[in-house]
Each structure stands twice: as structure tokens, then as C-alpha cells.
Design a protein around this ligand. Structure first.
Ligand SMILES: NC(=O)c1ccc[n+]([C@@H]2O[C@H](COP(=O)([O-])OP(=O)(O)OC[C@H]3O[C@@H](n4cnc5c(N)ncnc54)[C@H](O)[C@@H]3O)[C@@H](O)[C@H]2O)c1
Ligand SMILES: [Zn+2]
Ligand SMILES: [Zn+2]
Length: 361
């Protein structure tokens, strides 16, 4: 029997989101219904509401979540009712050209549920990033569920489902940060701070946090930054060079995604170093730079999608490290809120007052 639950719907571009009844079908082949326990509020949810991702309104928002598998459809063997899972938006297909070349982190054909969740009048909903977890229950593909230690706090480990994994993976997977490296991170929101926490985890020796907001720099220090630079009153490139014996950092991560921050990342990097772009630029932004600088400085210029993660490999490991007290994921949860407070959480996020607001169900 289909079930009706409460969920957060964005009906039209720029309109405030609202709590609405959502109809969840019984899981079909390969599908799973998950009782959501917690879901973080991410910038991407706001981008959806503003029509910045696509026009497929109405959206069921929310995508950084953890919960308990409730029912499973035919042929589901990856998870079972009662399993504690973190949801992901990279259920790799194993068949596309990226998967076949042994690079499933780039999978171009990831799995989502085939059936649609709907409003009560039958209007089909577009779930954010194929998840839709600002709801008491959601329907996903079994591959979107990764089992992790059931003792972990869902509000904390659900954040691995998007922003924290994106930032941590940008440093560790895409940037290849390792023991002894010098790292700089420009933009210390949830994503940048996760890059900082990841860099500390793998043993970077210098970790420079750059932001324009002193509160963000304070939080960055708590997550592992060894030095901070306030870009509102200091030249970020010069400051990073000074803190790295005049050379620049081995890896510089742009977690803002603007031409000026990317250029800072480029010039604040040591010769043959690596730049990682994890902040998402808007389509209007362009870059104008001397081509000779790209050539003469060498190294690698990379972008990072979802931290080049593989959920089945990365989520259980990171949850274990968190449980052992070696990765302070709990510091990303600034506040816990109810389902009906998502619209307010967008304002709080916009004002830069939180790393993450997390809806707890
Ligand atoms: N690549 C991916 O897979 C992926 C996944 C999730 C999020 N993201 C993107 O990562 C970016 C960061 O996300 P977030 O949740 O941390 O956002 P956020 O808004 O919480 O943080 C951005 C930070 O950048 C700082 N900032 C802004 N302009 C700056 C400047 N010129 N110099 C220095 N600091 C500056 C802000 O003060 C803020 O602390 C967003 O663009 C988001 O869309 C990417
Ligand atoms: Zn694939
Ligand atoms: Zn997200």
C-alpha cells in the first residue's frame, strides 16, 4: 500500500518551500523505502528552489540523509529492512564508459528509483539529486543506500551524503593530499571545512584556511586549520606564500567557485602543485588568464564532483573514524531543526551563520 508522509516541497521558482503530504509508492524491483532520521540543509537545495539546477518543479528537497531501511522491493539484496544507511547520489552502474574503464567515481549513469513519489493529486515530484529526503520516508534505489555503523548519530553521519564527503574527498581523493603536504583551502563553509578536516586526517603538515568571515575562520581552526587568513583585509596569495616558505602550497582547494578565488588558488600554489575546484561556479562566470602561466607553473588543475567518492568504500570508513574520535564530524552540525523549519534554515545559511542545519525526524 502506498503511504502518505510529510515532506518539503518547492513548488515554483523562488517561492518559499512548504510542508506537503507526499505519496510514497511501495518499492518496486531494486527499490527501497527508507524512514529518514536526519537530513542536512545544503546549498544545492536552495539552488533547486531558485530554479538554478533545472525547471522540473515541483521538487522534493533534501539529499544529505541517514535513516533506516523500512521495506525493500523485488530483487533487493544489498540492504534489508532494519539496516541503518547513509543515502548517496552516486549509485554506480558498472556499465557506462567510466565504470568500464575502472573509474566508477565518474559514473555517468548512476541509479535512482524508477517510480516517482507524488503529491496527493498525483503530480510527480522531482527528488533533489535523486534522493528527496526532507520527508519522513523516501523512495530510492538500493545502490543509493550504504550501510554504516548503526551506533552512529544519524544527524552527523547523514552529512557524508553530500557536502562533507565533497569537501573531504576534494582534498584526499581529488587533490591527493597526503602526509607532510602543505594545503590551503579558500572558502571555509561546510565543504571547505571538510577539506580541512580531511587534510588533517591524512597528515598534512600545514593547513591554511582562507575566508572573509572571522567566525568561519574560528570554526576552521577547530576542524584542523593550522593557520588562518582573513581575505577581507589580507592578500590571500601573499599570505599563503609567506606561510609556505615563500613557495605556495602543494594543494590549494577552491571551495567558493568564483574566478577571483580560483585565480588565488592558482597563484597560491607551489610550482607543479595541484588546484582543486570543488565550489560550483554559476554558468555566467568566465576566466581570463595568460596561457603561459598555465604552462610555466605545471602541475594539475582539477575539478571535484562529490569528492570523487565511492560511497561503498568511503562512507563506512569515515563513520568508523568518526566513531573512534579521529574525525570530528559532529562539529559540522551547528543546529538541529524540525521539518517545518527548512525555509528559515535557508535564510540562516544565506547569512553564513551555520556550517549545517540538520532536520531531525
Ligand atoms: N563539487 C561538489 O560535488 C559539491 C558538493 C556540494 C557542494 N558544493 C559546492 O561547494 C561550495 C561551498 O559549499 P558550502 O556549503 O561550504 O557553502 P557556504 O556558503 O557555507 O561556504 C562558502 C564560504 O566561502 C566564503 N567565501 C565567499 N566568498 C569568498 C571569497 N571571495 N574569499 C574567501 N572566502 C569566501 C564564505 O564566507 C563562506 O564561509 C558551493 O559552491 C557548493 O555548491 C560542491
Ligand atoms: Zn557507470
Ligand atoms: Zn548537497
Amino acid at each position: 500500500m502506498p503511504q502518505t508522509v510529510r515532506g518539503i516541497v518547492a513548488r515554483a521558482k523562488g517561492q518559499p518551500v512548504e510542508v506537503a503530504p507526499i505519496v510514497i509508492p511501495d518499492p518496486g524491483p531494486g527499490e527501497v523505502v527508507v524512514a529518514v532520521q536526519a537530513c542536512g540543509v545544503c546549498h544545492t537545495d536552495l539552488h533547486y528552489r531558485e530554479g538554478g539546477i533545472n525547471d522540473e518543479f515541483p521538487f522534493l528537497l533534501g539529499h544529505e540523509a541517514a535513516g533506516i531501511v523500512e521495506t525493500v522491493g523485488e530483487g533487493v539484496d544489498h540492504v534489508a529492512p532494519g539496516d541503518f544507511v547513509v543515502l548517496n547520489w552516486r549509485a554506480v552502474c558498472g556499465q557506462c564508459r567510466a565504470c568500464k574503464r575502472g573509474k566508477p567515481q565518474y559514473c555517468f549513469d548512476t541509479f535512482n528509483a524508477t517510480q516517482k513519489m507524488t503529491l496527493e493529486d498525483g503530480t510527480e515530484l522531482s527528488p533533489a539529486l535523486g534522493i528527496g529526503a526532507f520527508a519522513e520516508k523516501t523512495l530510492v534505489h538500493q545502490g543509493q543506500c550504504t550501510k554504516v555503523d548503526p551506533e552512529a548519530d544519524p544527524a552527523v553521519v547523514g552529512l557524508l551524503g553530500c557536502g562533507v564527503m565533497a569537501g573531504l574527498g576534494a582534498a584526499v581523493n581529488t587533490g591527493g593530499v597526503s602526509r607532510g603536504d602543505t594545503v590551503a583551502v579558500i572558502g571555509c563553509g561546510g565543504v571547505g571545512d571538510a577539506a580541512i578536516a580531511g587534510s588533517r586526517l591524512v597528515g598534512a603538515r600545514t593547513i591554511i584556511a582562507v575566508d572573509r568571515d572571522p567566525k568561519k575562520l574560528e570554526w576552521a581552526r577547530e576542524l584542523g586549520a593550522t593557520h588562518t587568513v582573513n581575505a577581507a583585509d589580507t592578500d590571500a596569495v601573499e599570505a599563503i606564500q609567506e606561510l609556505t616558505d615563500g613557495f605556495g602550497a602543494d594543494v590549494v582547494i577552491d571551495a567558493v567557485g568564483r574566478p577571483e578565488t580560483w585565480k588565488q588558488a592558482f597563484y597560491a600554489r607551489d610550482l607543479a602543485g595541484t588546484v582543486v575546484l570543488v565550489g560550483v561556479p554559476t554558468p555566467d562566470l568566465t576566466l581570463d588568464m595568460p596561457l603561459i602561466d598555465f604552462f610555466s607553473r605545471g602541475g594539475a588543475l582539477k575539478s571535484s564532483w562529490y569528492g570523487d567518492c565511492l560511497p561503498e568504500r568511503d562512507f563506512p570508513q569515515l563513520v568508523d573514524l568518526y566513531q573512534q574520535g579521529r574525525l570530528p564530524l559532529e562539529k559540522f552540525v551547528t543546529e538541529r531543526i524540525g521539518l517545518d523549519e527548512v525555509e528559515q534554515a535557508f535564510s540562516t545559511m544565506h547569512r553564513g551563520e551555520v556550517l549545517r542545519s540538520v532536520v531531525v525526524l
